[in-house]
Design a protein around this ligand. Structure first.
Ligand code: 7TS
Length: 416
């Protein structure tokens, strides 16, 4: 759908904002209109998604893949249509390479534990980067601990860019898998993952991409990237919470053992032995989140109706406006100044604690996130307690940025 749109045609932000009922919120203290700049944590939901959830429960709710009856077949059709939508959205070769998960974290844990069981042995290495979210650190640490492997880390510089020379050396070790974020949620860095995937493949190393902060901001094509696994969360791309996606190349998904045991992931069960189902069901034990998948489909349809290319252009323009505008705030220091950035701007205000700044912004109706953003190693490396983070989405406007700037100036004056 997106390719039929003129990507240079400006978005009608007012029309977009009207699709998101929650944006009408007035923040309790002082009745300030809500300025929502915490989109990296979770995005708000457009009416089409809310209606899809409502419609699902009102008209077709039934368990999937199990009943011959009318509702069950309708629910199954809608659920599988959602899978096809996800496959086409990220350009997977086959629908059955799409596994529904509970979210990014659950997707990474599915790969780390099954990959660990199948392939990690004492002396092996798992390679991650210095800017990973805890979700892409801890599961690998646990797998390494369990199987006697070692976790290696690609370092970054002060600007928040990965050290490519160090990567070129590290990948030549005994690396069994590279797990890397596409876009950093704490610094906004967009990593050159296509090149890094190509390098990893020259050493026969498969790559998992954490696309939690990428799919909502830029086109993601898994065949073009040639990644072996890719994960994201529905709730960060205008869809419901509780559901996410694990993409895996057929070849890799077939090599991994199942993650959880239960209904749906089996072909036959006796007390002596169970044989496992084919993809994608082998990785979907138990009743899946049917309404979530259908809500996610509605969200991806919504994104396609605008066009991810246009979203990318509009958000880049807004980011650039925000960087210029924020630069005028006395005492501001940007954290993360990579050349290629997306979605988030992290900063500190003079010597003030990020939490104090965040609280004063909240009092003025502005929602940002403060703290380590589940990236404690990033904060340790930069020797800071945390940052204030403004993160953007399609419904944010230059006027949101102006409100942030005014509120920061006021916070600066109050904090002295
Ligand atoms: N990976 C990245 C890069 C993320 O930004 C997040 C969530 C996750 C993984 C985990 O996603 P989940 O949906 O499974 O929780 N990031 C954030 C954030 O920046 N603020 O709140 C959650």
């Amino acid at each position: 759908m997106s390719h039929t749109l003129n990507i240079y045609e400006p978005l009608s932000i007012e029309a977009i904002r009207a699709e998101f009922p929650i944006l009408q919120t007035k923040v309790l203290y002082g009745g300030h209109p809500l300025v929502y700049l915490d989109n990296a944590a979770t995005t708000q939901k457009p009416t089409v998604v809310l209606e899809a959830l409502d419609e699902y429960y009102k008209t077709i709710n039934a368990n999937v893949h199990r009943g011959v009856h009318y509702l069950s077949q309708r629910a199954t059709d809608a659920f599988e249509e959602a899978r096809r939508k996800v496959a086409s959205f990220i350009n997977a070769r086959y629908d059955y390479e799409i596994i529904f998960t509970r979210g990014t974290t659950n997707g990474i844990n599915t790969v780390s534990s099954t990959f660990g069981r199948a392939f990690l042995r004492p002396g092996d290495e798992v390679l991650i980067s210095a800017m990973e979210h805890h979700s892409n650190i801890v599961p690998w640490q646990m797998a390494c601990e369990y199987y006697g492997a070692t976790l290696k880390v690609i370092p970054m510089n002060e600007r928040g860019e990965l050290d490519q020379a160090a990567f070129a050396t590290l990948i030549r070790g005994r690396v069994k898998i590279l797990a890397l974020t596409y876009v950093s949620n704490s610094l906004g860095t967009v990593n050159p993952i296509r090149d890094m995937i190509r390098t990893a493949h020259t050493y026969g190393v498969p790559v998992l991409i954490d696309a939690a902060q990428a799919v909502q901001h830029m086109p993601v094509d898994v065949q073009d990237l040639d990644c072996d696994f890719l994960v994201f969360s529905s709730h960060k791309i205008y869809g419901p919470t509780g559901i996410g996606v694990l993409y895996g190349k057929e070849e890799w998904l077939n090599k991994l053992p199942p993650h959880e045991g239960g209904g749906e992931m089996i072909k036959t069960v006796t007390f002596g032995k169970t044989t496992y189902n084919d993809l994608p069901f082998k990785f979907e034990a138990g009743t899946p989140d049917m309404s979530g998948a259908i809500g996610l489909k509605a969200a991806l349809d919504y994104v396609d109706s605008i066009g991810i290319d246009r979203i990318q252009l509009a958000e880049e323009a807004l980011m650039s406006y925000a960087l210029d505008a924020l630069s005028t705030v006395p005492g501001i220091r940007f954290i993360g100044e990579a050349e290629h950035r997306s979605g988030v701007i992290s900063f500190l205000l003079a010597e003030h604690h990020p939490f104090d700044v965040g609280e004063l912004l909240d009092k003025q109706g502005i929602a940002v996130r403060t703290g380590h953003h589940c990236c404690q190693p990033v904060m340790d490396f930069l020797d800071i307690a945390g940052t204030v983070r403004a993160s953007f989405s399609i419904y944010n406007t230059p006027s949101d940025v102006d409100s942030l700037v005014t509120a920061l100036q006021k916070a600066g004056r109050i904090l002295g």
